[in-house]
Design a protein around this ligand. Structure first.
Ligand code: GTP
Ligand code: MG
Length: 400
């Protein structure tokens, strides 16, 4: 907690310096400001300012948030149900999840939902309602039709799902292809995710809508942490071996290209494969519901059994990786990408300051008094930035 406070303080200071810098630039004569803008300082610093605001919010939040996203029917709700070991979230063909559902651990033995804005319409004291099955949750939602931009909270006993023992929040989301304004979704519910689980449909390829979502997230938080579940792999596995292999390679190649070229993430193919899993959420849930039972395979033949085993192994690898990501996050690694963004921004501000002190006199010779005033403030600011950068670097070192 101390680490997060310290970093939060640093980043808050950075935000103050940045605002001061931008205010100064804004107050300078137009001809000089055009010269400054030509160096792209304004766009870089304004984007940095937006990211900083988002990052400070994430760091200030005590729990870790894992957001499940993907197209309609890609299996988001099924995957969360498999993680919770029960079919609690409604699943089905077509557009099923109509609003955001946040699942939190509870120390009580019963589960309940909380629908914001519905106070008084439900039978409980507040807006709470006890839930014991998927049908009850479905009924509760049907009684109170919700807009896609609404978020209900589902409290689930920690004793039933090991993953919720830590302070983790899982978020189920409506399909990305549902007509909704991305920007407001991301701002309201997804922006502060520590981790995105991207449910990809194993039978098809990446869609523009999914890409657009992550590009939007990238704009806001710079380096989204993404795990990829290529789901419905049981269906894809019914194809001939050659086609299964070709589909696998295509998923890997297209995702890698998207991560490297469009999201500009520093990730190699082997690193991507460590966070990419070819699974069947449906089978996992079926196995949880009837432990020891053998999941149906399309043909009772050795290749099908082998493919089922591979999907099971990938699911277990996903669980291990998810747990390890969450535990690393608790140890402070969660802050490293955000510190990097802070350090980059500190450097950008320093470059902009350098530019102002070096070129300011050439451009506004007739306004000597302004230059003197500006340079004094910038020197002061630069000194603080140096200090801040050193402290931030020290912070990173102690965490490694
Ligand atoms: P929306 O809430 O509508 O966006 O869908 P979703 O992404 O939450 O998908 P959901 O979990 O509701 O699953 C959609 C349908 O696909 C259901 O009928 C599931 O049983 C089925 N399904 C989910 N995962 C798999 C899978 O891995 N394999 C197969 N064969 N079916 C699956
Ligand atoms: Mg759903």
């Amino acid at each position: 907690m101390e680490v997060s406070h310290n970093i939060e303080n640093h980043l808050n200071k950075l935000a103050i310096f940045l605002t001061r810098h931008l205010n100064h630039i804004h107050n300078l004569p137009d001809d000089w400001r055009d010269h400054y803008d030509n160096q792209n300082f304004t766009s870089r610093l304004e984007r940095g300012q937006e990211r900083l605001t988002s990052i400070i919010d994430i760091i200030a939040r005590p729990h870790l948030k894992v957001v499940f996203v993907g197209r309609t029917s890609s299996g988001k709700s099924s995957a969360i149900n498999a993680l919770l070991n029960e079919p609690i979230l409604p699943m089905g063909l077509g557009h099923t999840t109509s609003c955001f559902v946040e699942i939190r651990g509870s120390n009580q033995n019963q589960s309940w939902i909380n629908i914001p804005g519905q106070e008084g319409t439900l039978d409980q004291r507040n807006s709470e309602r006890i839930i014991t099955s998927m049908n009850e949750l479905g009924n509760a939602l049907a009684e109170h039709p919700l807009q896609p931009d609404c978020c209900i909270q589902l409290f689930w006993p920690r004793s039933k799902a090991a993953l919720l023992e830590d302070d983790v929040v899982l978020m189920d989301t409506p399909g990305l292809d549902v007509e909704t304004d991305f920007d407001s979704w991301i701002d309201q519910f997804c922006l502060d995710a520590d981790l995105f689980v991207w449910l990809m449909n194993g039978e098809s390829t990446l869609m523009m809508r999914e890409k657009a979502f992550f590009l939007q997230v990238k704009k806001k938080i710079a380096q989204p942490n993404i795990m990829v579940l290529v789901n419905r792999w049981d269906v894809a596995s019914e194809e001939e071996e050659y086609w299964i292999h070709a589909a696998y390679e295509q998923h890997v190649a297209r995702t890698l290209e998207f991560f490297q070229k469009e999201l500009e993430l520093q990730v190699s193919k082997s690193e991507l494969l460590e966070r990419m899993f070819f699974v069947s959420a449906k089978e996992q849930l079926e196995q949880k519901l009837a432990p020891g039972s053998t999941v149906r395979v399309s043909q009772d033949s050795l290749p099908s059994v082998k493919l089922l085993e591979e999907r099971n192994n990938d699911w277990n690898r996903f669980l291990e990786s998810l747990r390890s990501q969450l535990s690393c996050a608790y140890k402070g690694h969660r802050y490293l990408p955000y510190l990097d963004v802070g350090l980059d921004l500190a450097r950008d501000i320093r470059d902009a300051n350098d530019f102002v002190s070096k070129s300011g006199s050439e451009f506004i010779t007739s306004k000597e008094h302004e230059i003197v005033k500006l340079n004094a403030t910038m020197n002061d600011l630069e000194e603080h930035m140096e200090e801040l950068t050193k402290e931030l670097k020290g912070e990173v070192q102690t965490m490694l």
